[in-house]
Design a protein around this ligand. Structure first.
Ligand code: DON
Length: 309
């Protein structure tokens, strides 16, 4: 286990920040457009329960697509693999996260994987509960347990901002409804999905959730199993194959760590058996991944030989 050193981490952050000028903050969700592209923070949570961080780790980041992996873990626990994978596939698309293009190619129609928006909407649809509020509370309770932080909640401003502008996601929902993959009211699903994406936390919380996946579902402090081993394994596999969308191949070669990105600039990474990593860097590349965050992870992976391959 390498000893992560604060001074070194601070230096890596400063180096990676130089790339911020080549990136762009997401603004298709208007509230995210307010982020500062020069911000970059990281926390590394090691299996022995220690945290090393750099940058302003008090800043909270909304999960956006990172939430897809957590919703997936919950529905796998709720419904089991067979039921979940009847509605969503297991294959990478090679397309952008919000693409509608491949939905007609699979017969009977279903989204190719749970990380693209169409698949994530099908997963959120499967969260059990009698109302949007109850389903959101169940998801929040699960996320709070993984992060070991009871304070975690969602940003109403970001949720509202996405809810008002998510026309493409609504069209994906109507496509899914037409093909019998979802059967609930589209506005209700959009309400739940936008709140799920707006769940916010610090890099330290993110890193701790990454560590739970890295430890095959175990709480790093109590050793309690927070999700079955198979659920943690499936989630990590999706992180490798689809976690960075149509950049997942290059990411696997250059960095080789199971990871999930969000358009807020967050990255959740799980180095099996070793550590969880949380990053926040809102300057994005053209595929919607944190440009500075990916540079930073590449530096860490090379320095500490973190690739799983
Ligand atoms: O559905 C959306 O478009 C956003 N709430 C999440 C997309 C996202 O984070 C893609 N990731 N890089």
């Amino acid at each position: 286990m390498p000893v992560y050193n604060k001074e070194e981490l601070v230096r890596f952050v400063e180096e990676a920040k130089q790339y911020a000028r080549y990136g762009k903050v997401a603004d298709y969700i208007p509230a995210l457009g307010k982020a500062n592209p020069n911000e970059l923070s990281i926390a590394v949570y090691t299996a022995d329960g220690k945290v090393v961080d750099a940058g302003d780790v008090t800043v909270k980041v909304t999960l956006q697509s990172i939430s897809k992996i957590l919703a997936l873990a919950l529905v796998l626990i709720d419904r089991g693999e067979d039921e979940v994978f009847r509605k969503v596939g297991m294959e990478p698309t090679g397309d952008p996260f919000n693409s509608i293009a491949k939905l007609e190619e699979v017969q009977p129609s279903k989204p190719l994987n749970p990380m693209i928006n169409a698949g994530a909407l099908a997963v959120t649809h499967m969260i059990r509960g009698r109302s949007v509020e109850e389903r959101l509370e169940r998801l929040l309770a699960f996320i709070r347990r993984l992060a070991g932080n009871e304070q975690i909640t969602y940003s109403e401003e970001v949720a509202q901002s996405e809810f008002e502008t998510a026309f493409l996601n609504r069209s994906l929902c109507y496509f899914l409804k037409q093909h019998g993959i979802i059967d609930e009211d589209v506005e209700e699903l959009m309400d739940l999905y936008t709140k799920q994406c707006a769940v916010e936390m610090t890099c330290i919380d993110l890193a701790r959730i990454g560590l739970v996946f890295a430890l095959d579902g175990r709480d790093p402090h109590s050793g309690e199993l927070l999700m079955p081993l198979d659920v943690a394994r499936i989630c990590k596999t999706f992180m490798v194959t689809c976690g960075m969308y149509n950049a997942s191949g290059e990411f696997a070669i250059k960095i080789g760590i199971p990871a999930k990105s969000g358009v807020s600039g967050g990255i959740l990474a799980a180095v099996p058996g070793r550590c969880g990593i949380g990053i926040f860097g809102p300057a994005l590349d053209d595929k919607g991944n944190s440009l500075t965050g990916v540079k930073l992870l590449e530096r860490l992976s090379k320095t500490y030989s973190l690739s799983i391959f």
